[in-house]
Ligand binder design. Structure first.
Ligand code: NAI
Length: 341
């Protein structure tokens, strides 16, 4: 879609930029005509000083957008904080309101991308394809240690049935699983499609696989902890593609050591901002918790890549630039879910 060009050329300062961000944003910016200023570093109290004459800052999941940063943004006359992601737990919305900044996000750029990655994690952990691939390349054709289970007929618990949880429930439904769901709002369409809404406790007690798709907030922080783990079935599989702090990692490590949790797939990690999206292959990693996690043969860690598809990056760029356009022109967004403040 072509948007009318603004009379002036507003500047958008991007933080935590990777090469692929600039490729996709520059491609779609041809229709918008903004000045794009890319910084590869994270936005925080120090780096905010790099911004000069920008109307908009564009941030990602691990940028720090707390009160101090927001105050400095307001002093620099920034008008909009545009998140190029769905989750917004890293932004102090109250402070944004106080300093009169607009905050927008991309609510549903490709729920399928994240849902499909969650399923990829389940299949990999179950059928150990990552190990089989390496084995066969070493001419080891033995099957010992690769035993999996049929997904068909297993009970899958989905926590959070928004855009991603819904897409994920459809996928597991297609595999012939029994799908249980918990959300603060029940979805009648999903119920018609065969999903049973139950209490959180029932999810924990009855699921063979639990997948987290709710946002991180004060109610969901450490949702997975020693008490909730104790309710779970032995040999449960836990998948988290949502936010790291939904899980109390030390309790999960304890449960992995005891064998209570038999499989863990995480695309997010509470301390990920110090590690993810960077090449640390030559470094000595100081985070002993992630090192312990990666030492388990039944743990699969990916570095916040669930969203990472061509379709999702195109949508992120288009919707983010469209949000900025609408806010600068009309101070309002057509997509109500995209406007946070
Ligand atoms: P959404 O806003 O469409 O859905 C979230 C759902 O969680 C809503 O149905 C809401 O009612 C529910 N919810 C809220 N509080 C809850 C609670 N206490 N217990 C249970 N459910 C609760 O969000 P969407 O697009 O489905 O994304 C979900 C999360 O996935 C995001 O918040 C984000 O953290 C994460 N995400 C991860 C990505 C990745 O690459 N790994 C990419 C995109 C999103």
């Amino acid at each position: 879609m072509k948007y009318p060009l603004l009379p002036l050329k507003p500047k958008v300062a991007f933080f935590s930029t990777q090469v692929y961000d600039s490729v996709f944003f520059e491609k779609y910016n041809a229709d918008f005509g903004y000045e794009l200023d890319f910084f590869d570093i994270q936005l925080n109290e120090q780096t905010v000083k790099l911004i000069s004459n920008a109307e908009v800052v564009c941030v990602f999941v691990n940028d720090v957008v707390n009160e101090s940063v927001i105050r400095q943004l307001a002093e620099k006359k920034v008008q909009i904080i545009a998140l190029r992601c769905a989750g917004f737990n890293n932004v102090d919305l109250e402070a944004a309101k106080k300093y009169n900044l607009k905050v927008c996000r991309v609510p549903a750029y490709s729920p399928q991308a994240v849902a499909e990655h969650a399923m990829a994690m389940i299949l990999t952990l179950n059928r150990k394809t990552h190990k089989a691939y390496n084995r066969v390349r070493e001419q080891n054709f033995s099957l010992n240690g690769l035993l999996g289970f049929d997904l068909y007929g297993k009970t899958v618990g989905v926590i959070g049935t928004g855009n991603i949880g819904k897409a994920f429930a459809k996928i597991v439904n297609g595999f012939g699983c029994k799908v249980l769901a918990f959300d603060i709002v029940t979805d009648s369409e999903m119920e018609k499609a065969g999903v049973t809404f139950v209490s959180l406790e029932t999810i924990f007690k009855e699921s063979d696989i639990i997948s987290l798709h709710c946002p991180l907030n004060e109610k969901t922080k450490y949702l997975i902890n020693k008490d909730t783990i104790s309710m779970m079935k032995n040999n449960v599989m836990l998948i988290n593609t949502s936010r790291g702090a939904l899980i109390e990692t030390s309790d999960v490590i304890h449960a992995l050591k005891k064998g209570k949790i038999a499989y863990l797939g995480i695309d997010v990690y509470e301390q990920e901002e110090k590690l993810f999206f960077k090449d640390h292959s030559e470094d000595i990693i100081q985070d002993d918790v992630i090192q312990r996690l990666m030492s388990f043969p039944n743990v699969l860690v990916t570095a916040h890549q669930a969203f990472f598809t061509n379709e999702a990056l195109s949508q992120i760029a288009l919707v983010t630039l469209g949000n900025i356009q609408e806010l600068l022109h009309d101070n309002i967004l057509t997509n109500k879910q995209a406007l946070l403040i």
